[in-house]
Design a protein around this ligand. Structure first.
Ligand SMILES: *Cc1c(COP(=O)(O)O)cnc(C)c1O
Length: 363
């Protein structure tokens, strides 16, 4: 929650999105004077004794929070999740090989499009027929697939895998951009996880990649230096200049997460927030959730109004009351309320109260 001209703001942005206030404060101080060095974090070398410990702490915190085993390496890379759509198949999908993908929405489709540049793609399950308002229940994964790719949380469609297909029989790869570290997951059962930081883990400009060493080196193509995970592992995520400030903000957010009690505490809080939101949504006839109940995302709630004429009125009210980022994605319309780790339950209380108030005024 932030203040603007006495109005308390509640930030439901889908990404970049809300971060803990402590992180904003600490990051601001570091811009002026980093760790009492007299220098700004923006003007120090990445291989200096000032920054190397930041990168090391960020990687260590990820290992700790995800309970990773020694086979899993943690990298902070440039380019956002969109670069991973291409970098994953470039490193894991052999020229004449095949990878299985789940087709669950905008983000999964972007990943599929890039994978096709490198090999064959088999759709292991799709919810396209349902306009991505649910998730496929029975997956068909060929045992010859180089890997299965899932998008654990579809930020735009508002779906989330609550049952992870750990036992799909092939290496498992996931885009966790919008629900990373929001719930307890068996992270070691994934061979590769990637996530843009700007939704649940920090500022835009850096990407977390967790990769199992076992899965690398199986393709024969020539991989450009900067795109080969093995080079980044060898150089401890310092192959070239990393996005120093973005890594620092991610490290602060990870520290905050640990102080709060880790992933287990996040899962509990996110469960409470989502329950409050959806329970309210389901009691108000003016609003309607668009996603199948069992597949609803605890991070991004997508909903509409049956009377579309009222949508603008509700959005204007949100604006007046300091509710930021409630407008739905341009491709879906309606509304989207994002409830990432750093969003306080008070903010969910505020928007559900406003929804109730609006519903009463229309009945
Ligand atoms: C936002 C998002 C992306 C894209 O991230 P960029 O950092 O903008 O490349 C990919 N996948 C998911 C699930 C997202 O939410």
């Amino acid at each position: 929650m932030l203040q603007s001209d006495k109005l308390v703001l509640h930030n439901f942005n889908a990404g970049p999105s809300v971060l803990p206030k402590e992180v904003f404060e600490e990051a601001s101080r570091a811009v002026l004077n980093f760790n009492d060095s007299g220098l700004s974090i923006l003007e120090i070398g990445h291989r200096t004794p000032l920054f190397v410990p930041v990168m090391e702490e960020a990687r260590q915190l990820v290992k700790e929070l995800m309970l990773l085993d020694d086979d899993h390496e943690v990298l902070f890379l440039h380019g956002g999740a969109t670069t991973q759509f291409m970098q994953v198949p470039m490193n894991l999908l052999p020229d004449n090989g095949m990878a299985a993908y789940t087709e669950t929405g905008t983000w999964a489709n972007k990943a599929i499009k890039e994978a096709k540049l490198f090999g064959h793609v088999e759709i292991a399950g799709s919810s396209k027929e349902d306009n991505y308002r649910s998730l496929p229940k029975n997956l068909n994964v060929s045992p010859t697939a180089a890997y299965l790719h899932i998008t654990t949380n579809e930020t735009i469609a508002g779906t989330q895998w609550h049952t992870i297909p750990y036992d799909c029989g092939v290496p498992l790869v996931a885009d966790m951009s919008s629900d990373i570290l929001s719930r307890v997951i068996e992270f070691n059962k994934f061979d590769l996880i990637y996530a843009g930081a700007q939704k649940n883990m920090g500022a835009a400009g850096v990407n977390l990649v967790v990769v199992s060493k076992k899965i690398l080196g199986r393709v024969e193509r020539v991989i450009p230096t900067i795109l080969d995970y093995r080079n980044h592992i060898k150089e401890a995520s310092m192959l070239n200049t990393p996005p120093v400030f973005a890594v620092y903000v991610a490290m602060l957010t990870l520290r905050w997460l640990k102080q709060q009690g880790g992933v287990r505490v996040m899962e509990k809080r996110n469960g409470e927030k989502a329950k409050l939101f959806y329970d309210t949504l389901d009691t108000l006839p003016v609003f309607r959730g668009v996603v199948a109940k069992e597949d609803r995302s605890k991070m991004n709630a997508v909903f509409v109004m049956d009377d579309a004429n009222l949508e603008k009125e509700f959005l204007d009210l949100c604006k007046k009351e300091g509710m930021v980022g409630v407008k739905g994605h341009r491709s879906v319309g309606g509304f989207r309320v994002s409830m990432y780790n750093a969003l306080a339950i008070e903010s969910v209380k505020a928007i559900t109260d406003l929804m109730k108030h609006f519903a009463v005024s229309k009945s």
